[in-house]
Write a protein that binds this ligand. Structure first.
Ligand code: 6PG
Length: 250
């Protein structure tokens, strides 16, 4: 279903339906990128919502539909933890997808959370090298996958945090007071520069934030995912019925 004056919202029954529909979209974007550019650059999301999608992409039905020999895998954000931590977004993607497909280690560009704040410049150097861009240029990912928190955050762009005002660097480090957690995140200029952005939103606990993000007054300090209203590329929201449970005021 297309909102006449906003992003494309694809209504789904539940998390499995989100994963099924999003998998088709990811394959389409990958195939087009490789056909047109010879390469596919994807930034994976952290959190739990995308794990069913990653598992689906790793199945025999899907794993051959993306040419992983032409793909570079990044992350939208990472916790400042070692790669073997249960908190690591890298570890979650490794277990559900990357360890189950044929992809060279050299094409997996994890954020080295164990470095703490220093992981941000380290990751930025990696991104610029892989994209072959200069100092002030922004990378243009073929696809950035995101989840959304029940407070309307995306990646690690949390409400009223310093990372929201970072508009020069591609990567920022940020302390999330309410989580007692340090994180590394792509910044909003990079997310909004992507050719495609896919958000996966599941569950009733996201309904209030989703309604405010999609329909509320523009207040990105309060609802950071509203920054996607400035996106240059195609934005698709795959949202299940529980997350859409609040009546739209459109
Ligand atoms: C992270 C994610 C974060 C996540 C949302 C939603 O590192 O946790 O990048 O932005 O996408 O918090 O998380 P769930 O999918 O677990 O609800």
């Amino acid at each position: 279903m297309m909102n006449s004056d906003g992003p494309e919202i694809i209504g789904c029954r539940d998390i499995d339906d989100i994963s099924a529909k999003a998998a088709i979209a990811v394959v389409e974007i990958a195939s087009r990128a490789i056909a047109e550019e010879g390469t596919f650059t994807i930034a994976l999301s952290g959190g739990s919502t995308p794990l069913a999608l990653y598992t689906r992409l790793s199945t025999d039905e899907y794993k051959k539909r993306i040419d992983w020999t032409r793909t570079h895998v990044f992350w939208g954000d990472e916790r400042c933890v070692p790669p073997d931590s249960g908190e690591s977004n890298y570890k979650a993607a490794l277990e559900t997808l990357l360890s189950r497909i044929e992809i060279s280690e050299s094409r997996i560009h994890r954020i080295k959370g164990e470095l703490g704040e220093a992981a941000a410049p380290d990751y930025e150097i990696t991104i610029k090298k892989v994209f072959g861009i200069k100092e002030r240029e922004l990378p243009r990912f073929n696809l950035i996958l995101l989840g959304m928190g029940s407070d309307g955050h995306m990646a690690s762009l949390f409400p009223w945090t310093s990372a929201l005002s970072e508009d020069k660097s591609a990567v920022a480090s940020v302390h999330i007071e309410k989580l007692g957690s340090n994180r590394i995140t792509l910044t909003h200029p990079v997310i909004n520069n992507a050719k495609n952005v896919i958000l996966l939103v599941s569950g009733k606990n996201k309904a209030t934030a989703l309604k405010n993000v999609l329909e509320g007054d523009f207040d990105p300090q309060r609802y950071p995912a509203q920054l996607l209203r400035l996106a240059k590329g195609n934005v698709k929201w795959f949202v299940d019925n529980p997350a859409l449970s609040l009546p739209s005021s459109r």
